[in-house]
Write a protein that binds this ligand. Structure first.
Ligand code: HEC
Length: 107
């Protein structure tokens, strides 16, 4: 957990001083991600348990953000997730990515 916060701290500083990079995690805000996650955990287990719907806790934040962007632009094809992702902007996806990456996986 401490490693995560250290990373988050430097990532925040780095991102604010290099506002326009191609970083998928630009603008990420853990608290905002937690707030937005309420919608996701109606389907995805909050405890990271896979019950037919894949668990998304503990995924690498960049991988998570890439997946969400893939759903958003239709590179990954799943009707529900395409609809969910289409309503999220870059900052929301980044925030969800850092939040779920910090959540414990069931395994
Ligand atoms: C109505 C149910 C539902 C909701 C709400 C939902 N998802 Fe999903 N999600 C799914 C299903 C079902 C899949 C599996 C899709 C597939 O098999 O291709 C999935 C897949 C994913 C994946 C890919 C996981 C993997 O390992 O491939 C991610 C990441 C994800 N969802 C994130 C989210 C986020 C973030 C939210 C909230 C903003 C969200 N989902 C809301 C049902 C949902």
């Amino acid at each position: 957990m401490r490693t995560f916060w250290t990373f988050f701290f430097f990532a925040t500083i780095f991102c604010s001083s290099h506002a326009k990079t191609d970083n998928l995690l630009d603008g990420a805000d853990l608290g905002y991600g937690e707030y937005l996650s309420g919608e996701c955990v109606t389907c995805h287990s909050k405890d990271g348990v896979d019950k037919g719907i894949p668990a998304i806790n503990g995924l690498d934040a960049e991988v998570f953000a890439s997946i969400m962007h893939a759903y958003k632009i239709g590179d990954m094809d799943h009707p529900v997730m395409m609809m969910v992702a289409s309503r999220l902007d870059e900052e929301q996806i980044a925030s969800l990515a850092v939040y779920f990456a910090a959540m414990p996986d069931a395994n």
